[in-house]
Design a protein around this ligand. Structure first.
Ligand SMILES: Nc1ncnc2c1ncn2[C@@H]1O[C@H](COP(=O)(O)OP(=O)(O)OP(=O)(O)O)[C@@H](O)[C@H]1O
Ligand SMILES: [Mg+2]
Length: 501
C-alpha cells in the first residue's frame, strides 16, 4: 500500500494511492466517530503510565494526565538529534523524559497499527513530508523514526511542494502556458511556509521558499488564552484553557461577533474584533516573510507569471487570515477545498508511480564548512551546496587535496542565504563537527585533539572529503586520510560522527 503521510504539528493526515485517486484515510476516536486525521499527541496512560497516542492521548490529556502536543515543534530545533530529550507532562508530577526519536517512533508505530487496521495490510510504503525549512537534523530524525516504526520510506518531500502537486492536479486549468507559477501559503498548527512553485507541464519545481518554524494556529490559541485568562473567575489548568480556546477559535465563522471560550464552570465571551486585533501581528509576520515571493504578484498583475496564492493549512480557516491576504492580493487568492488534507494528498501523488504529476525540489538550506587555514590562525568558509542545487537524484561532491596541517577541523553549518561574495548570511546553524588527524600516531592513539594541537606540515597526507546529498535533502559527510585509510563520517543530525579506521 502506497501512502502520503503529513506528520503535522497538530494533525497527522494520511492519503492513500488508489488507482489514480488519493482519498484521505479515516481514523476513529473512542466514540467510533471518524476523522480525517490522527491528533499528533502522545501521553502517559492511566494504568502504569504506558505511552499512548492519537485520540486516546488527547482524551488522557483532557483528563489531566501528563502528555505532549506538538512534538514537531521540538524537531525544528536546529540541534535536534534522536536523543534530544522531550518531556511528557512538563513541570508536573508524574512527568517523564524520553528521547524525541523514541517518542516519535512509538507514535508512528501507533499510526502504523491504525493504518494497517484500516487498510488490511502491513506492508506500508510512504512518501513523508517535512517543513521546507527543516534543518537536516529534523529530516534525519523523522525518516529514522518512520523506518523504526515499520514504514518503508519511499521519499521525503517539502510540505509546500506536496501542496503544489495537489494544486496542480486540482487547478490545472488556472495554470497555463503564461501563468505557470503559484505561491503556496501554508499556515498549519505550528509552522508557516510560503513557496513559489512552478508547475509548467506536469513536472513541478520549487523556485523559492520562505517560512517560519514558530508560527501556526497554536499561536492563535495562545493569544486567545492570554485574553481569556484574566476574565476567568475560577482556576483552570493551562492545558484545559488552551484546548477550550482551540475549540472556540475553530468555531469562528466570518459572521461571528463573539468568541465563546467554553469551560466546565463558565463561558468567557470575547468580541471577535478585539481578538482579531490581537491576532493581527501573527498574520502580519506571515505576510512579512512572504514579501520576496508576493512582490512577484503585485508588480504587474497582467504581466505576472504567477497565477495566484493557494492557501492551505488548517489555520487558514480562521476568517481573519484569508481576509487579510485578500485585502492585500485581491481575487488571485484561493483557499484549498481541503486545507488540512492537501499536503497529504500531494505526498500521495508523489508516492504514486503512475501519476503524471511529479515535483523537483531544491535544497531549501545551503550548507558549507569552516576550515582552519593558516596554521589554525584563520578560518575559511567554503560553500558546499546552496539553494540552486536540484534534488532529483543523489548528489555527491568530492574534494581531494594534500593537507597542509597535521589535523583538519571541519565545522559544518547550514545557512539560509549567501551574499554575492559567497559569505553565508541569515540564520547560520552549526550542524556537525568532524576532527580528522592526518597523522598516523594520533589516529592510532585516539587521543582527544583540539584547535591548539593544529600545526602546519610539509608533505601532508592526502585528504578526501565526500558529501552526499540525497533527494530528501539529507547530507552525509565523510573525510578520509587517503594515506592511511582512516576515515570519519557523519550524517548531519546524528549524535556524533562515526569514526572508522
Ligand atoms: N475551522 C478552523 N478555524 C480556525 N482554525 C482551525 C480550524 N480548523 C483547524 N484549525 C487550526 O489549524 C491548525 C492545524 O492545521 P493543520 O492541520 O494544517 O496543521 P498541521 O499540519 O498539524 O501543522 P504544521 O503544518 O504546522 O506542521 C490548528 O491550529 C487548528 O486549530
Ligand atoms: Mg501541515
Amino acid at each position: 500500500m502506497d501512502l502520503g503521510i503529513d506528520l503535522g504539528t497538530t494533525h497527522t493526515v494520511v492519503a492513500v494511492v488508489d488507482r489514480g485517486n488519493f482519498p484521505l484515510l479515516s481514523f476513529s476516536d473512542e466514540f467510533g466517530d471518524s476523522h480525517d486525521h490522527l491528533p499528533s499527541i502522545s501521553a502517559l496512560g492511566p494504568g502504569d503510565g504506558e505511552l499512548i497516542h492519537g485520540f486516546e492521548a488527547a482524551r488522557a490529556m483532557a483528563q489531566g494526565l501528563p502528555g505532549i502536543r506538538s512534538v514537531k515543534r521540538f524537531l525544528s530545533n536546529p540541534a535536534v538529534t534522536s536523543s534530544t530529550p522531550v518531556t511528557l507532562g512538563a513541570g508536573r508530577e508524574g512527568a517523564r523524559v524520553l528521547g524525541i526519536g523514541e517518542l516519535l517512533t512509538s507514535y508512528l508505530r501507533h499510526l502504523h497499527d491504525q493504518i494497517s487496521r484500516a487498510t488490511g495490510t502491513d506492508a506500508l510504503r510512504a512518501v513523508v513530508g517535512v517543513p521546507a525549512h527543516a534543518h537536516t537534523g529534523q529530516r534525519f530524525v523523522t525518516i529514522e523514526a518512520f523506518k523504526a516504526a515499520g514504514f518503508e520510506v519511499l521519499g521525503m518531500l517539502n510540505e509546500p511542494s506536496a501542496a503544489g502537486l495537489e494544486y496542480a492536479m486540482r487547478q490545472s486549468r488556472t495554470l497555463n502556458s503564461r501563468r505557470t507559477r503559484i505561491i503556496i501559503y501554508d499556515l498549519g498548527g505550528g509552522t508557516f511556509d510560503a513557496s513559489l512553485v512552478d508547475m509548467s507541464g506536469t513536472v513541478g519545481e520549487v523556485i523559492d521558499s520562505v517560512g517560519l518554524n514558530d508560527l501556526g494556529g497554536e499561536d492563535f490559541d495562545q493569544v486567545l488564552a492570554g485574553m481569556a485568562r484574566p476574565r476567568l473567575a475560577d482556576a483552570v489548568s493551562e492545558d484545559a484553557l488552551r484546548e477550550a480556546c482551540r475549540i472556540a477559535k475553530e468555531g469562528l465563522r466570518p459572521q461571528s461577533r463573539n468568541v465563546l471560550v467554553d469551560l466546565p464552570e463558565e463561558t468567557v465571551r470575547i468580541p471577535v474584533a478585539e481578538y482579531e486585533d490581537a491576532c493581527q501581528p501573527l498574520v502580519d509576520r506571515s505576510i512579512d516573510v512572504m514579501t520576496p515571493l508576493s512582490n512577484l504578484l503585485q508588480s504587474d498583475p497582467a504581466r505576472s507569471d504567477v497565477a495566484g496564492i493557494d492557501m492551505v493549512g488548517g489555520a487558514t480557516s480562521l476568517p481573519l487570515v484569508p481576509r487579510r491576504i485578500r485585502d492585500l492580493f485581491g481575487r488571485r487568492v484561493h483557499r484549498s477545498p481541503n486545507p488540512t488534507g492537501s499536503t497529504a494528498i500531494g505526498l500521495a501523488i508523489a508516492a504514486d508511480p503512475t501519476s503524471p504529476y511529479s515535483i523537483r525540489d531544491r535544497l531549501s538550506r545551503g550548507f558549507g564548512v569552516f576550515r582552519e587555514t593558516n596554521w589554525g590562525q584563520q578560518v575559511a568558509f567554503d560553500v558546499l551546496a546552496d539553494q540552486t542545487l536540484r534534488l532529483d537524484s543523489p548528489t555527491t561532491i568530492t574534494r581531494r587535496y594534500r593537507s597542509g596541517h597535521n589535523i583538519g577541523i571541519y565545522r559544518f553549518v547550514e545557512f539560509s542565504r549567501t551574499d554575492a561574495d559567497g559569505t553565508p548570511r541569515g540564520d547560520l546553524t552549526p550542524f556537525a563537527q568532524i576532527v580528522v588527524p592526518f597523522d598516523e600516531s594520533l589516529q592510532r592513539s585516539g587521543a582527544a585533539i583540539g584547535p591548539e594541537d593544529v600545526h602546519p606540515v610539509d608533505n601532508g597526507h592526502w585528504a578526501e572529503e565526500t558529501y552526499t546529498i540525497d533527494p530528501s535533502g539529507m547530507v552525509s559527510a565523510e573525510i578520509s586520510d587517503l594515506d592511511t585509510g582512516w576515515s570519519a563520517s557523519t550524517t548531519m543530525g546524528l549524535d556524533r560522527p562515526v569514526v572508522r579506521s
